[in-house]
Ligand binder design. Structure first.
Ligand SMILES: [Zn+2]
Length: 165
């Protein structure tokens, strides 16, 4: 008796592992302690730079992973597929791409959720911005990504808006 996942389901499981790593589950409280500890040792500006850099690397890795197979996608499809992976990872709960306006809308980023819990803010999403920049930089050479709206209340959600230039 064999058990075989359908191709689409199997692909989704591979996406979750991002090919090379398994999931680790941390509570938001543990993550806050981890970040506070890093800030205590490194200082605020080094922590912000570290989070941005880690996000950037992760974003690049996502695109690298997706590029392992040859795909004939247009830019919007590439962005959509690339942003789907961090959403599955829990980096944010949802996203919307508006290429005409040059904007990406992110709901409930990990930073917004941690800010809500701890009350502490860096005024922007360092890791998430790095992640999005890493994705975009891998797809469009020389592009700049800036978070222009941070933690705007939208009903039960928090919205951040990124501008692509
Ligand atoms: Zn934000």
């Amino acid at each position: 008796m064999g058990f075989k996942l359908e191709k689409e389901k199997r692909k989704k499981l591979e996406d979750l592992k991002l090919a090379e790593s398994r999931r680790v589950v941390l509570t938001e409280g543990t993550l806050i302690e981890l970040l506070d500890g890093m800030e205590e040792v490194l200082g605020e500006s080094a922590l912000i730079a570290l989070l941005y850099s880690a996000g950037l690397r992760r974003g690049r890795r996502v695109v690298e992973y997706l590029k392992e197979e040859e795909k004939e996608w247009d830019l919007e499809k590439w962005l959509d597929e690339s942003l789907r992976l961090p959403r599955q990872e829990g980096i944010f709960s949802n996203y919307k791409i508006d290429l005409e306006k040059g904007k990406i809308y992110i709901s409930n980023s990990i930073e917004c959720r941690l800010e809500r819990m701890s009350g502490k803010s860096y005024g922007r999403c360092c890791f998430t911005q790095g992640y999005i920049s890493g994705i975009l930089n891998s797809l469009i050479e020389g592009v700049k990504v800036k978070e222009v709206v941070h933690k705007k209340r939208e009903g039960e959600d928090f919205l951040c808006i990124y501008e692509i230039k």
